[in-house]
Design a protein around this ligand. Structure first.
Ligand SMILES: Nc1ncnc2c1ncn2[C@@H]1O[C@H](COP(=O)(O)OP(=O)(O)OP(=O)(O)O)[C@@H](O)[C@H]1O
Length: 243
């Protein structure tokens, strides 16, 4: 079976004795974009970590393509095409752009990987020999996304990929996310720019203190739901509540 459906059911997870997620159900349908919203500390990053296996599940199930992957390691999930782009980018700063890309490529497909990375973000092509840590924040984020893209992912978990970037770069990154979705990947995005996230999303989940308080289409979400979900968090930007 290869339906591309990624499902989390009854997820409980946290850190040590602290439970953050309390029975979360979330479905990422094939070829769709799902936005995950909620106040600071609601558990969004924790949910992406639980989804990609970075932290273990104390209860619940994770399935993909109808296969139970509850106990799979992050590596096994990545091999199934479930790819996590963590907050803070996750590139190797002391390696060049070329080396960062090569590390992600499968043996024998390095040149295809370079082409694919440059097709996603042409400016990476001009910076192949530059150390990743000497690039701008936006370029580092492009490299992180390109590293995901060359794996031909089927489900991409994206944590605040626009964080701290200039609006023009955010536009470029959202353009890329649209392309990724149009090429058939499913996306689960945590995004500080709520309005932008809702514009690309087919479905939206609101997380409130580790539980889903709303699941539906963006058009079903009224401003009050969103506001309630954000109350108590430090909102930080008017865009965050202007759905
Ligand atoms: N490594 C950790 N160890 C212990 N507690 C943690 C850890 N990471 C996060 N937490 C706690 O888990 C809760 C949920 O944090 P999480 O980062 O998932 O929230 P978030 O919704 O992504 O917030 P933000 O929008 O601020 O990034 C918070 O109370 C946080 O303090």
């Amino acid at each position: 079976m290869s339906d591309g459906l990624f499902r989390l059911r009854g997820i409980r997870a946290g850190y040590g004795a602290t439970t953050v997620l309390r029975g979360v159900d979330l479905t990422v349908p094939p070829r769709s974009v799902v936005a995950l919203l909620g106040a600071n500390g609601a558990g969004k990053t924790t949910l992406l970590r639980a989804a990609s296996g970075v932290i273990g599940l104390s209860a619940g199930r994770r399935t993909f393509d109808g296969e139970d992957l509850t106990t799979a390691t992050p590596h096994q999930l990545a091999r199934r095409g479930i790819c996590h782009v963590p907050e803070g980018r996750g590139v190797f700063g002391s390696l060049t752009v070329r080396e960062n890309i090569r590390l992600q490529a499968t043996k024998g497909s390095e040149s295809e990987a370079f082409d694919r990375a440059v097709s996603a973000f042409p400016r990476l092509g001009e910076r192949m020999n530059q150390l990743a840590r000497t690039m701008s924040g936006g370029e580092q984020q492009m490299l992180a996304l390109a590293r995901a893209y060359i794996q031909r992912p089927r489900v991409v978990l994206l944590d605040e990929v626009s964080m701290g970037l200039a609006p023009r770069i955010v536009d470029e990154i959202f353009e890329f996310l649209r392309r990724l979705a149009a090429e058939g990947a499913s996306l689960l995005i945590v995004e500080q720019y709520v309005q932008r996230a809702l514009e690309v999303a087919d479905a939206v989940y609101l997380l409130n203190k580790g539980q889903v308080s709303f699941a539906g289409e963006p058009s079903e979400l009224d401003g009050e739901d969103l506001f309630t979900s954000y109350v108590g968090g430090s909102v930080g930007s008017a865009d965050r509540v202007s759905a």
